[in-house]
Design a binder for this molecule. Structure first.
Ligand SMILES: *[C@@H]1O[C@H](CO)[C@@H](O)[C@H](O)[C@H]1NC(C)=O
Ligand SMILES: *[C@@H]1O[C@H](CO)[C@@H](O)[C@H](O)[C@H]1NC(C)=O
Ligand SMILES: *[C@@H]1O[C@H](CO)[C@@H](O)[C@H](O)[C@H]1NC(C)=O
Ligand SMILES: *[C@@H]1O[C@H](CO)[C@@H](O)[C@H](O)[C@H]1NC(C)=O
Ligand SMILES: *[C@@H]1O[C@H](CO)[C@@H](O)[C@H](O)[C@H]1NC(C)=O
Length: 584
């Protein structure tokens, strides 16, 4: 019995390993930033600059790898690291991705990044294929999903974080001396976390759908070519188990079970996560009962899509878009009722039209970035790019060609902004052009190890973390490119995710270059603001108080204001406060 069991395990493991697409040899490597200043001589499709952008954005994830690095590692300055993760629980939690500029592994935002990328690779898969980046997409997804499998060691247990936010916040340095201990935090049947379990279920299901089927979810597009039915089945099993865990245990946010995650990624709710997970389970398993369940939950929770945003915490606006896709493209799952289709289109369009008509909470900065006070404060590009991503996805399904046009125009403007068509003349992706940020808030890329002198030690960033999308500019469109300004310069798994989907779409859609090839060398340097920004990393106001006191007052004032507008939870967590000072 015993030996048969281990043989079966072995052959299963070998089967999984063999199914990965072979990586190019020699490997694809990101070209130097100067190559992003070379205009293509004529329109071409696929356009080489867009293809390079996809490659760069994927390469970022490779730089974020935790655990034992394989021989195929392309990031020369990275080492194997955190190779004892999980030892406190007696399980193997090595691998996966570091969340941002630091060294913790956070399941909740990572699950959204995986969900988002797999959804995009179903919709815009031909972009990865044309860019010849599908093997790297496969490699990137497996590095995340294989870890997520380890983080789900039995049906009712999910590891939601590895590493303690406070301990990690006091470390700034390379990957060889990462702060310890690195505790593992779990949710389980006695201490559940509805949002985290549902969100991981959504990631497994969305990626199962990608690996499991080549059926398009949008007309005229094909999923990326990485079929692996056995892997799809494994992912679907985890998705089903996690969804049962989420919905058959007490409903509560995961920080209620694990208070230690509250100052890192506290979630504001779980309704969105449950509905999105049911929809992706419907897609992955061709299941009309999951489709109907998503409808039931949406109505039982009395959800609306009027004025939310889209990010790691809130996925509500993605829901009517996926409903519309399933109702119009997958009648076998959804039944394809015209009445339901009209309802979901109406909800999607109400959300988008409010943005276009300046009736939403969001507004355009002078330079044209969609900005939400509060939600955009610590990562201004992220809500804007997430919304651009779903607007592009939805546009062909709109109820009129006028709306199709309007959505595409608006979304293209957001994408162009991030690609350098902005008052700073800066594309906000490291290494793609000479005007791109050079001081990302990434401890391992910086080469420094002095937490009190993040900006000057060293003066010049040691390692170029190609493809890293930074937080983004201020509401006044200013970008200071200061390493310690985590608000504007931090990198993160979920910042790259919508940009990656948009770039893959760009490969399949645009024969002209991404905007940045038209930027003159020195275009950013000539407008770069001097001094410091006013943001959560550099509170200002000239009160003469100590920095700690200023932060405390700013927090109290902010909280009072936010209680009034009902945003307390989302703001409370002071996301990614990696100054090493906010929490000590
Ligand atoms: C990887 O290890 C080498 C050799 O010890 C070291 O020089 C380098 O800084 C390390 N990389 C990081 C990101 O810490
Ligand atoms: C269940 O989760 C709670 C909260 O993380 C933890 O304290 C407890 O040890 C877990 N129980 C088991 C049996 O793992
Ligand atoms: C779901 O249906 C699609 C399209 O008919 C098919 O390609 C796929 O294999 C099916 N997946 C499952 C899990 O049955
Ligand atoms: C939805 O609400 C109805 C009526 O209260 C209830 O019977 C049903 O069990 C609920 N369904 C779910 C999935 O929560
Ligand atoms: C959008 O609305 C806000 C607040 O209602 C207003 O201040 C702003 O000027 C409007 N912008 C445009 C472009 O109409």
């Amino acid at each position: 019995m015993k030996s048969r069991f281990s043989l079966a395990t072995l052959s299963l493991a070998a089967g999984l390993a063999n199914a990965a697409l072979p990586l190019p040899n020699p490997p694809w490597m990101p070209p130097p930033a100067s190559s992003g200043a070379q205009k293509s001589s004529a329109p071409q499709q696929p356009n080489a600059q867009w293809s390079t952008l996809v490659g760069d954005l994927l390469y970022f994830y490779e730089a974020q790898r935790s655990g034992n690095l394989p021989s195929t590692n392309r990031v020369p300055w990275r080492n194997s690291s955190a190779t004892s993760d999980g030892s406190d629980l007696g399980i193997d939690l090595t691998g996966g991705y570091y969340d941002a500029g630091d060294y913790i592994k956070c399941t909740y935002p990572m699950s959204w990044a995986m969900t988002s990328i797999c959804w995009g690779a179903i919709d815009n898969g031909q972009g990865y294929d044309q860019a010849k980046q599908t093997p790297y997409l496969d490699d990137m997804l497996r590095w995340g999903l294989d870890w997520l499998i380890k983080a789900h060691p039995n049906p009712n247990t999910l590891v939601v974080q590895v590493g303690d936010g406070d301990i990690d916040n006091n470390y700034w340095g390379g990957d060889q001396h990462i702060a310890t201990p690195r505790p593992s935090f779990v949710i389980n049947a006695t201490n559940p976390g509805t949002d985290a379990a549902s969100s991981a279920a959504a990631a497994f299901a969305a990626c199962s759908a990608l690996y499991g089927s080549s059926t398009p979810l949008a007309s005229g597009s094909t999923p990326a070519s990485l079929r692996d039915p056995a892997y799809a089945q494994t992912l679907l099993t985890h998705a089903n188990q996690l969804f049962s865990f989420a919905t058959n245990t007490r409903f509560q946010t995961y920080q209620t079970a694990v208070p230690a995650v509250a100052d890192v990624y506290a979630s504001s709710g779980f309704h969105d996560d449950i509905v999105l997970a049911s929809l992706f389970l419907a897609l992955a398993g061709n299941s009309s009962s999951f489709f109907n369940l998503a409808e039931t939950y949406y109505s039982n929770f009395s959800m609306t899509v009027t004025d939310t945003i889209l990010n790691w915490d809130d996925k509500t606006p993605a829901i009517p878009v996926l409903f519309t896709q399933l109702l119009s493209q997958r009648q076998d799952i959804s039944g394809g009722s015209q009445k339901d289709l009209n309802t979901w289109q109406g909800r999607a369009e109400q959300f988008f039209d409010r943005i276009l008509n300046n009736k939403s909470r969001g507004y355009l900065t002078k330079g044209g970035l969609l900005y939400y006070d509060g939600d955009s404060n610590d990562a201004s590009l992220n809500p804007a790019l997430n919304i651009a991503m779903i607007m592009f996805r939805y546009a062909p399904l709109a109820s009129s060609s006028q709306k199709t046009n309007d959505y595409q125009t608006f979304a293209k403007r957001q994408l162009d902004y991030a690609l350098g068509k902005n008052p700073m003349n800066a594309p906000y992706v490291v290494g793609v052009n000479p005007n791109a940020p050079t001081n990302p808030h990434s401890a391992m890329a910086s080469g420094g190890n002095d937490i009190n002198n993040i900006d000057t030690n060293p003066v010049q960033t040691r390692n170029v973390i190609y493809g890293a999308v930074v937080g983004g500019p201020s509401p006044g469109d200013l970008f200071y490119d200061i390493r310690s300004d985590w608000v504007e310069t931090e990198v993160a798994l979920d910042y790259n995710a919508p940009f990656l989907t948009l770039a893959a779409m760009g490969v399949s859609k645009y024969s002209d270059d991404p905007f940045y090839t038209s930027l003159a060398d020195g275009a950013y340097a000539s407008v770069k603001p001097s001094g410091k920004p006013c943001d959560d990393a550099f509170p200002c106001g000239g009160s003469g108080l100590s920095r700690g006191a200023t932060i405390a007052i700013a927090v109290i004032v902010t909280l009072v204001g936010l209680v009034l507008i009902g945003l307390l939870v989302r703001f409370f967590m002071l996301r990614r406060a990696k100054t090493g000072k906010l929490f000590v």
